[in-house]
Design a protein around this ligand. Structure first.
Ligand code: SAM
Length: 334
């Protein structure tokens, strides 16, 4: 079933596949999901959440988002399920505390977990938030408007080496050093205030042949700044292990990543989770050292052509999923 509920500003990606992967975990005790908990770590407009709450009338949902505006939109959309939902304003690496606050344990207590990473269409569409290089806006890029660091702060205060490092590591930008040098030269005249000023600089800094072949010249720099402003990779690197710790035996986690840096983190943490703890040189599995998780996907799954045509945002998605098969012996060894 396709969901084109774009009146909420964001069309959920790979919705049917998320339902197919998570439903067995959410219905293993009762067909209507009674007694089961789904943690939506990136609630956004609540598109995925709405589908699960509709399909499973006994399900309880805990929804997290660091963007208070997203929580407001989701709260309105999910109002008819108010008695079954708990919405928490937090970064997803605070999921253990959010679970505890919601009266749910942070260890082996959750049946399903969904991470639909990155920015939402509502965040991109609201020009004043500064995420989109196509629209002139203040250099903000904070997902949580209460967090202290903006893109302008980084551009106007970080030294040249730190700027080059951010552009190289988080944007995989070939011309990182050259761009960083031009940023420092340009800001000596006047500090950066708008996205258009940065885009104009990038057109000058990136050589013409690379501009013709490498996608929009601002794409990689905007991605890098957004990741740095929101500390996205550290947040994800801490959230996935905490999420795995929180999954009950039989519980499942699905992650949708839209850029390779995030997908690499998910791939590595999942590979570690499904690995055996038995030393490689032993011929048999040592009791207590079996893998705690099994993979539900082979490599990363992509959206099909029909979905990409309906929802271009799905073109970049990579979905990975795992299921807990064994209890942990102690905290932190998930
Ligand atoms: C792609 S949208 C989710 C869309 C949602 N699945 C839907 O169907 O409406 C991603 C959401 O995750 C939130 N987000 C991104 N990074 C986060 C983090 N570290 N902690 C909590 N929320 C985060 C964003 O604010 C955004 O609202």
């Amino acid at each position: 079933m396709a969901d084109d509920s774009s009146d909420f500003g964001h069309v959920p990606v790979l919705l049917d596949r998320c339902v197919e992967l998570l439903t067995p975990a959410l219905t293993r005790h009762a067909v209507d999901g009674s007694g089961a908990v789904l943690l939506d770590a990136t609630l956004g407009a609540g598109g995925h959440a709405e589908r699960f709450l509709t399909d499973l009338p006994g399900l309880r949902l805990i929804g997290l988002d660091r963007d208070p505006n997203a929580l407001e939109i989701a709260r309105a959309r999910l109002a008819r399920f108010a008695d079954r939902i708990t919405l928490v304003h937090t970064r997803y690496d605070g999921l253990a505390a959010a679970l505890a606050e919601s009266g749910c344990g942070a260890v082996e207590s959750v049946d399903g977990m969904l991470f639909d990473l990155g920015v939402s269409s509502m965040q991109l569409d609201r020009a004043e938030r500064g995420f989109a290089y196509a629209q002139d806006a203040p250099l903000d890029m904070r997902m949580d408007p209460e967090s202290p660091l903006t893109a302008a702060d980084i551009l106007n205060t970080y030294d040249q080496a730190a700027l080059a490092d951010i552009l190289h590591r988080y944007g995989e930008e070939r011309f990182a050093r050259r761009i960083a040098a031009q940023i420092v030269r340009r800001r000596a005249r006047a500090p950066f205030t708008s996205t258009a000023e940065l885009v104009a600089l990038l057109y000058q800094a990136i050589p013409a042949p690379a501009r013709r072949t490498g996608g929009h010249p601002a794409k990689r720099t905007f991605q890098a700044l957004r990741i740095a402003v929101n500390d996205e990779l550290n947040s994800l690197g801490a959230a996935i292990p905490a999420g795995l710790d929180a999954l009950a035996v039989g519980g499942r986690m699905v992650v949708l990543a839209y850029q390779s840096l995030e997908d690499r983190i998910v791939k590595r943490l999942f590979a570690d989770a499904v690995a055996s703890r038995t030393p490689v040189d032993l011929p048999v599995e040592l009791p207590g050292h079996e893998p705690r998780f099994r993979s539900l996907t082979h490599g990363a799954e992509r959206a099909d052509a029909a979905e990409v045509e309906r929802n271009p945002r799905s073109a970049a998605v990579r979905l990975r999923a795992v299921q807990r098969v064994q209890q942990s012996t102690g905290k932190g060894d998930a």
